[in-house]
Design a protein around this ligand. Sequence first.
Ligand code: NAP
Length: 248
Amino acid sequence: MSPHVLILGGTTEARRLAADLAARPGVRVTTSLAGRVSRPGPLDGEVRIGGFGGADGLADWLRGHEVDAVVDATHPFAESITVNAARAATATGIPAVVLRRPGWRPGPGDHWHDAGSLTAAAEALPGLGRRVFLTTGRLGLAAFAHLTDLHFVVRSVEPPEATLPPHTEVILARGPFTLAEETELLRAHRIDVLVTKDSGGEATAAKLTAARHLRLPVVVVRRPPLPEGVTAVPDVTAALGRLGFDGP
Ligand code: NAP
């Protein structure tokens, strides 16, 4: 019988894992997307789009589609689906692997300020600069709406729907971004502080290097914790190992 793997996706790692599994004879792979992005890129294997209806809905889907293993390869800040996946795995007894790329760490020359939430990041901003490059995604921007004295450059993949601060320019763009592009953006908009989530990964890391070169402070919103008892693997190779697919 061919094993059926469900990948909870929305990340580069989920895409790479789907490509690897889909290329293995006899393996059935389905990637699930929340449907937040209007034009997701191509994915190998089967794709389903939309919420499951909480942990119970996900458990029903796993049983109904004869899933043998789940990989939660969602974004480190996608907290609810990760909690739901852990609960659904416990309820069904279906093995689950959490794939989380490692977070970013500051190096010499970095001026990072940790924030436990977007609200905490907003509180820190007035003391750090007046022209802000905000790269925390389009959700949660309302946390900055009261900062009427600051100028924001907001970058997101899809247009923001939230109430924005009054002085805001929106740039619609999808990574990866190069160091040259990020440096040029920071210079052109005369940015003096950057705000980012600790997303980790290569695709959006260049802004951190650019900020270091320009000696700009960076407010880093820390990740929500994983559900109790859940441990993550850091990359696709480790996830394949956990699934029992060692080697190419
Ligand atoms: P979230 O807060 O954890 O999820 C909210 C609800 O959306 C979940 O309860 C679930 O609905 C549905 N959902 C989330 N991911 C899903 C998936 N892969 N397949 C099917 N349903 C899913 O997540 P979020 O922060 O809104 O992120 C949504 C998606 O965007 C995630 O898949 C994530 O990988 C991707 N993403 C998020 C970020 C970020 O910064 N948060 C950045 C890049 C990509 P039901 O309860 O109805 O099942």
